[in-house]
Ligand binder design. Structure first.
Ligand SMILES: Cc1cc2nc3c(=O)[nH]c(=O)nc-3n(C[C@H](O)[C@H](O)[C@H](O)COP(=O)(O)O)c2cc1C
Length: 316
């Protein structure tokens, strides 16, 4: 999660036997990404770890550091990649050169077929209600549709999942696992401001809206005074520059950098304005707790909900 995931969160996830991930763009200063990857690789080799970590690369022209970061990740042998926005081909070739895996974000079947042709190893199916760049379709349709088309592919469900019951539902629909973002913003290890964490606890699903003004692609945010000022739709001028064939490459890059700058200054403690990216699962998140507790609770909810399902519907 942009400006939200950090090294302590990723390490704690690895300790808990799950995969912690973060966008490479969280570390943009010279030498910073290399140092973070050295630290995580050292931790991965220690005997405290049963999970792993992965890097999200925003693929393509809107990410000015894409090629540079991919090269660093390959040198450091990152265990797996999540690709978003563009064509994952280059990442797939680079990752497969040393046996790493690639999961590609998809929001519909068309993009999934295109990603499959590049040799990607699996999909992250991003559905309605997700934090970040949410998809247009509900997961109870997207997951079975993907499973029908790609019976053998790993499919990870993302969007609106924050409980063990949610995980069970996704597995029942055919998902191989789940990816959760918003739940982990309200974790003790997350370093965003208390206002942001409390913004999540106090928000309902109706407070989460989509704005294209942040990155040019609809992003889920909690509606607050900053978003009221920012607006939710690109104006005529911005739309023209981001579709014109001569300007779109540079304008998209500019929007991406501007969005990163806005986020950078508005999620940390002491921020003047507040920009809170989050998905609709805010509705069910009512506490701030350590990642170890979040994982323990998810496992126990998953277990209890499976027992209930079994007792109420399956046992005859
Ligand atoms: C604050 C925030 C920032 C995010 N940043 C990124 C990102 O940089 N790249 C990406 O691929 N996904 C990003 N996501 C999406 C997550 O990786 C994940 O797909 C999503 O959070 C799942 O939905 P959920 O928030 O409902 O759990 C972000 C999500 C949030 C909440």
């Amino acid at each position: 999660m942009h400006y939200v995931s950090n090294v302590p969160m990723v390490k704690e996830a690895m300790k808990q036997g799950i995969a912690g991930t973060f966008p490479s763009l969280n570390y943009r200063k010279e030498g910073e990404l290399e140092a973070v990857l050295d630290e995580l690789n050292g931790f991965l080799q220690s005997n405290q770890v049963t999970g792993t970590y992965g890097i999200n690369l925003i693929v393509g022209k809107s990410n000015p550091l894409y090629e540079k970061h991919l090269k660093i990740c390959v040198e450091k042998k990152v265990p797996f990649y999540i690709t978003s926005l563009g064509n994952p081909q280059q990442v797939v070739e680079a990752a497969h050169s040393y046996g790493a895996k690639v999961l590609s974000d998809v929001t519909n079947l068309k993009h999934a077929h295109k990603a499959k042709q590049t040799g990607t190893d699996g999909f992250i199916a991003v559905g309605q209600g997700a934090g970040g760049h949410a998809g247009p379709y509900p997961l109870h349709l997207l997951i079975p549709a993907l499973r029908r088309e790609f019976p053998q592919m790993p499919i990870i469900a993302a969007g609106g999942i924050s409980t063990g019951e949610g995980i069970l539902a996704m597995i029942t629909l055919g998902a191989s696992g789940v990816s959760m973002g918003t739940r982990f913003i309200s974790s003790s290890e997350c370093a965003v401001s208390d206002e942001y964490k409390n913004g999540i606890l106090n928000a309902t699903m109706e407070d989460v809206i989509l704005t294209d003004r942040l990155t040019g692609t609809p992003s889920a945010v909690i509606y607050n005074d900053f978003i009221k000022k920012l607006g939710v739709k690109q104006g005529f001028f911005e739309k023209t520059l981001s579709t014109n064939k001569f300007t779109k490459k540079y304008f998209k890059m500019y929007i991406q950098i501007r969005g990163m700058k806005w986020l950078e200054g508005k999620v940390i403690p002491g921020s003047k304005d507040s920009l809170w990216m989050a998905g609709q699962s805010v509705e069910l998140i009512k506490d701030i707790k350590p990642i170890s507790q979040i994982v323990t609770d998810l496992k126990s909810e998953l277990h209890v909900s499976y027992q209930k399902l079994n007792a109420n519907f399956l046992a005859v």
